[in-house]
Design a protein around this ligand. Structure first.
Ligand code: 5GP
Ligand code: ZN
Length: 114
């Protein structure tokens, strides 16, 4: 938990969001400014700034977050099969275009054009 982090506030419920998934480790919610018909953010509940902070022993939860993404995508309107699908994005640091400094996985999908 980081004091002034908006995603930590969303995780603990002090800032409202449209939640689509929650478990012990992760919280997923709709992006407030969607860039696609489906735009979900998945965050670890623990405050991790970015992939730049990740160590070898973070691999298991990162793997679980990636394995969770297709399930959340399917449950939120991303179409199945080769003609469906989704995009997964993690922006890191200023050069990576990261605006919120709590690691988050973007799930973007829905029928094109976006
Ligand atoms: P980044 O550029 O850091 O990878 O992505 C941050 C994302 O968080 C953006 O897509 C932005 O629309 C979204 N976002 C920023 N503030 C809020 C908020 O208060 N609530 C929600 N649901 N999304 C937010
Ligand atoms: Zn945070």
């Amino acid at each position: 938990m980081s004091e002034n982090c908006i995603f930590c506030k969303i995780v603990k419920g002090s800032l409202p969001s449209t939640k689509v998934y929650e478990d012990d480790e992760f919280f997923a919610f709709k992006d407030i400014n969607p860039a696609a018909p489906v735009h979900i953010l998945v965050v670890p509940k623990a405050h991790v700034v970015s992939m730049q902070d990740v160590q070898d022993d973070d691999a298991p939860w990162l793997g679980r977050m990636m394995a969770l993404a297709p399930k959340i995508a399917a449950e939120n309107g991303c179409r199945p099969g080769l003609q469906g699908g989704f995009r997964l994005v993690i922006n890191n640091g200023d050069d990576g275009g990261q605006e919120v400094h709590h690691l988050h996985l973007h799930i973007l999908g829905g029928q094109r054009p976006w």
